[in-house]
Write a protein that binds this ligand. Sequence first.
Ligand code: CTP
Ligand code: MG
Length: 378
Amino acid sequence: MPRFAVLIVAAGKGERAGTSLPKQYEALAGQPMLRRTVQAFAGHPVQVVIGPGQEALARAALAGLDLPAPVPGGATRQESVRLGLEALGQDAPDFVLIHDAARPLVSAKVIAAVIAALEGGAEGALPMVAAADTLRRRDAHGHFTLVSRENLYRAQTPQGFIYARILAAHRQHAATEVTDDVALAELAGMTVAMVEGEEKNIKVTRKEDFALAETLLGATGDVRTATGYDVHKFTAGDHIWLCGLKLPHSHGLEGHSDADVGLHAITDALLGCIGEGDIGMHFPPTDERWRGAASWKFLDHAASLVRAKGGVITHVDVTLICERPKVGPHRDAMKAKVAEILGLELSRVSVKATTTEGLGFTGRREGIAAQAIATVRL
Ligand code: CTP
Ligand code: MG
């Protein structure tokens, strides 16, 4: 049972945007908006809800991402959310984050704030930003009267909830029309915590919002890169672990854990991006817990440390340096394995290999070296 699941509603027609495709399938800086929105939640299980007849558009927009098949939505956003929540019931999570496909700029920081509120005991969590403009309301006679903006806030998504409670609220109040899920949560008496939203987390609504979103996308925050390097020595044995794969080999690799040099180098690169020391610091070789440990656990741990800081892993690249085994035949499987551990799409993972032309310790087949580089957006 996953602790957190993400429901992304993309079943609307995008009438106000008036684009040729429904807005969530239109390209935003070269990628379909829905794809960007889904990728903002990398590392979490995501369920997408789509409209009738949008199957082919969704397939194209989400190609290559590791997602369950989209489920059909309804005539209103509220109905789409309810149908999506029902679909999650197959493998019900503890908490669900409900998000608009039309908000592709949601940051890891906002997602982390919603999750933190739920983990801290809130039944619901709502990201908001204070209204900055002076506001006026038009009355029946067309007059615009001043409304104080003091204490006025704008609600955003993702809105997070205890899954079972928000599902019950949606079922119970299906006939009451509301514009967001927190409104239903409150009808059902749930306590909702307010968390910081972000100005840039806009809902792409009108055609001109595409240009604004593209400008905001260009203004990414902090991009970090760091390297990792590791060596393990050959020893007697009949297999090695390399980039998460068990390969039969004439020798084994010596090490306290499973001695997977490839995953160790990537782990160090990720730790380097957030200034969190190295693998030996987090998993000391003197600690009996890590004897024979599977190295994907180290990599998974480094990735969760990055995410806990609000980081998004955008790319990892590793070069394996050895005469044997030949890496070529296993490269695709290694890429897939690393992508799976990190929750990344395949194009964000690269596995390369080289020999050293018989020179040095790798040339003498005394061991394998690996060097990696990782890129993280914070
Ligand atoms: N949505 C949905 N099902 C609906 C209507 C809306 O899943 N029946 C989704 C949209 O795809 C969008 C989000 O809810 O991601 C927020 O809705 P909105 O921005 O209003 O999108 P649209 O309804 O598609 O746009 P419009 O109202 O302009 O037609
Ligand atoms: Mg709408």
